[in-house]
Design a protein around this ligand. Structure first.
Ligand SMILES: [Fe+2]
Ligand SMILES: [Fe+2]
Length: 134
């Protein structure tokens, strides 16, 4: 069983969002493999990429929120900002040699990912689909 599963809990049925979420799932699963096999250098490098991709992904969703004028823009963006600041600050500590990625960090990511999709991204995807925004 994969660490993060690409299943109904993750899929939102909006193509652009699903494509990026699937990439995150795959990258996070690869990161999990690096962490459990103690490949620290590979893990750090991949984590850097994941954080950069996350910034791009949040930007894409926020752009969708603006063009669709979805009412939940502020609350959804706040969730992005909170999480992004958390992972960016972890990355800074890793790059400074003060921390390494642990399974506990990955568990936090897992919980956040499924909750965020459930309470934020799925609403956005449905709203985009209702308004025929691809
Ligand atoms: Fe998302
Ligand atoms: Fe989101």
């Amino acid at each position: 069983m994969a660490f993060l599963e690409w299943n109904d809990e993750a899929i939102v049925n909006h193509q652009a969002m699903d494509t990026e979420h699937k990439k995150m799932v795959d990258d996070t699963n690869k990161l999990y493999e690096y962490v459990i096999s103690n490949k620290i250098e590979e893990a750090n490098k991949l984590f850097q990429k994941i954080v950069d991709d996350l910034e791009t992904h949040f930007g894409m969703e926020e752009n969708y929120m603006k063009i669709s004028k979805i009412p939940q823009y502020i609350s959804h963006k706040l969730e992005h900002d909170r999480f992004y600041n958390k992972v960016r600050s972890l990355l800074t500590k890793i790059n400074a040699g003060k921390k390494t990625i642990t399974l506990d960090h990955l568990e936090v990511v897992k919980t956040w990912f499924y909750n965020h999709i459930k309470f934020n991204d799925r609403k956005l995807a449905n709203f985009l689909n209702e308004n025929n925004i691809k």
